[in-house]
Design a protein around this ligand. Structure first.
Ligand SMILES: *[C@@H]1O[C@H](CO)[C@@H](O)[C@H](O)[C@H]1NC(C)=O
Ligand SMILES: *[C@@H]1O[C@H](CO)[C@@H](O)[C@H](O)[C@H]1NC(C)=O
Ligand SMILES: *[C@@H]1O[C@H](CO)[C@@H](O)[C@H](O)[C@H]1NC(C)=O
Ligand SMILES: *[C@@H]1O[C@H](CO)[C@@H](O)[C@H](O)[C@H]1NC(C)=O
Ligand SMILES: *[C@@H]1O[C@H](CO)[C@@H](O)[C@H](O)[C@H]1NC(C)=O
Length: 500
């Protein structure tokens, strides 16, 4: 900690209440300062994202006023770090500013959050985010000439407005994604405003950006949804499967250590804490890049890039090759004589290792499929360990896994056939009926959100080469688990502890 000059860090910061581990190795300090510099340079954008995501109803004018307050706060705290209000962490400052602005909380109906404190307040703001954005007007489309005029007249305001409009319509997407979208949007604006055929240029160049945003937005919404509904354990299982597929070479101990960083990142990012999200994501990437040899051979180029390109690049790299000596079968979990004792001595680690071993050997299976197989294995052991001769019983495991996979494939194929046969409207109706029958306990809002993500995914994935893999990316675990109040409570406690 000695090497760090704290003066540069005050803003958004390391009030030591923030559960951050300060870096000790010199190269980590470099990354740490780089990320802090990045945060400082992007304060306005980050604040705008937080305002627009927490209270999507806020108007652009209100958001700009809040931004003004934020910048003044930053100046003040840079000038005098000892002021009591400067010991707040960023997220707290953002929420307090929204509460302090006259009339804002009444106008947009979030006063109940302002009367809470600490964890309850953060949770209240989180639950104020609305996945169903039907109450917002459609994304404003300007005539390209007007757009370019606006860009020329006031570049900053124009870009801020775009960021605001995107953020309030994607309240769960992580801040780094929105910053990337903004940077790429600016590139497009710069290029297209020089062109004769502006409309055409915007049309063509915007497509990959929209796809990038949509893909990550729906993934992050689903994963965070699973986290909030089912708790940190489910999140951990998802991440084990995802990381083991992407990095099949990684050892289990290394994975467990990486997983701690990843879980902490989801804690912050899912909660909507934009600064912590950026910092944690960078920490995860440092971890990965510093252990390249044992993690992946595909990320060398990415790791040479700077934040935030580095992060995007790693997220986007393809899976590493499966080590040649890694057989498809892992006898450890099916052939050993004392599976039941091993399970009982530490069930969490036991099943974590199972997901890891199965996922790195079956990198083409979707994440939900891997979680289903884990559940099948759990159930099987539950049954077998009560019997007289457990090993005889759980030796059938692999057969069961194969059955599960085949059943899912058949189901996807059937659903896609039905999707193509019924056409969009017909399918939507039929699908909604099925959904209500299948999950009667869901609230209207949950139903709608499930429904929308499914139909969107169907539209996209049934055309894809590998519908099953595509669907899994689009709809991660929406159908997993159990919607009981109990688990919600557990998940809240999980966030409270801040650790998974
Ligand atoms: C305002 O928020 C409260 C608490 O969440 C809710 O019960 C009420 O229906 C909301 N009112 C409006 C107009 O959205
Ligand atoms: C991700 O990779 C694909 C090709 O593998 C490329 O077309 C796309 O532009 C990349 N996206 C980003 C954000 O780098
Ligand atoms: C596979 O090879 C790697 C290195 O080449 C080695 O570390 C590992 O122990 C081997 N695994 C098995 C199951 O043989
Ligand atoms: C399960 O499927 C794999 C891959 O298709 C196959 O190699 C294996 O023999 C199957 N195992 C059983 C027990 O059916
Ligand atoms: C869901 O949770 C409830 C209450 O905890 C329990 O009774 C029920 O069996 C669970 N359902 C499933 C499918 O796990």
């Amino acid at each position: 900690m000695k090497q760090l000059k704290l003066t540069g860090f005050i803003f958004f910061l390391l009030s030591l209440t923030e559960s951050l581990t300060l870096p000790t190795k010199p190269q980590d300090v470099d990354h740490f300062s780089a990320i802090q510099k990045f945060i400082d340079e992007n304060t306005a954008s980050l604040a705008l994202i937080a305002f627009a995501q927490y209270v999507q109803e806020v108007t652009f004018e209100e958001a700009e006023m809040l931004l003004q307050v934020m910048m003044e706060y930053k100046e003040k705290c840079l000038a005098d770090t000892t002021l009591p209000e400067c010991s707040k962490v960023a997220n707290e400052a953002v929420q307090d500013m929204m509460c302090a602005m006259k009339g804002l909380s009444q106008r947009h109906n979030f006063s109940h959050c302002c009367s809470k404190i600490g964890f309850e307040k953060r949770l209240c703001f989180l639950y104020n985010k609305k996945a169903n954005i039907g109450f917002l007007p459609p994304f404003p489309t300007l005539d390209p000439e007007e757009k370019c005029q606006a860009y020329k007249n006031d570049r900053k305001s124009f870009l801020n407005r775009h960021m605001y409009e995107v953020a309030r319509r994607n309240p769960f997407v992580f801040a780094p994604v929105l910053l990337t979208v903004a940077a790429r949007f600016e590139e497009v604006a710069t290029a297209c405003c020089e062109e004769q055929q502006k409309a055409n240029c915007f049309g063509v160049k915007a497509v990959p950006i929209t796809q990038y945003l949509k893909g990550l937005s729906s993934y992050q919404k689903n994963v965070c949804g699973a986290f909030l509904k089912f708790g940190p354990k489910v999140l951990n299982s998802i991440n084990i499967a995802v990381l083991s597929k992407k990095f099949p070479k990684i050892g289990f101990t290394e994975l467990t250590s990486l997983l701690e960083d990843v879980s902490s990142m989801y804690d912050g990012c899912c909660e909507g804490d934009v600064v912590r999200c950026i910092r944690d994501q960078s920490q995860v990437m440092n971890h990965i890049c510093s252990k390249q040899d044992s993690i992946s051979s595909k990320i060398k180029e990415c790791c040479e890039k700077e934040t935030p390109e580095r992060e995007d690049c790693i997220v986007n790299t393809s899976k590493d090759d499966r080590p040649a000596n890694l057989s498809l079968r892992e006898p450890k979990f099916t052939d050993s004589e004392n599976m039941c004792q091993e399970r009982d001595s530490n069930p969490n680690d036991f099943f974590a290792e199972f997901i890891y071993e199965y996922s790195r050997r079956h990198v083409d299976l979707s994440t939900p499929e891997l979680l289903r197989i884990t559940q099948v294995y759990k159930d099987l052991l539950e049954d077998c360990c009560r019997r007289e001769n457990p090993p005889d019983c759980y030796r059938r495991a692999e057969e069961k896994f194969n059955e599960t996979t085949e059943k899912s494939l058949t189901m996807v194929q059937q659903e896609c056939k039905r999707f193509q046969g019924l056409g969009k409207d017909g399918l939507q109706h039929q699908f909604l009926v099925d959904l209500v029958r299948w999950k009667p306990e869901l609230t209207d809002e949950e139903l709608l959100s499930l429904f929308t993500s499914f139909t969107a995914a169907g539209e996209k994935c049934c055309e894809a080469q590998e519908p099953e893999a595509c669907l899994s990316k689009e709809v991660v675990v929406t159908c997993q688990g159990n919607h009981s109040q109990l688990q919600r409570e557990e998940s809240r406690k999980g966030i409270r502890k801040g650790r998974v």
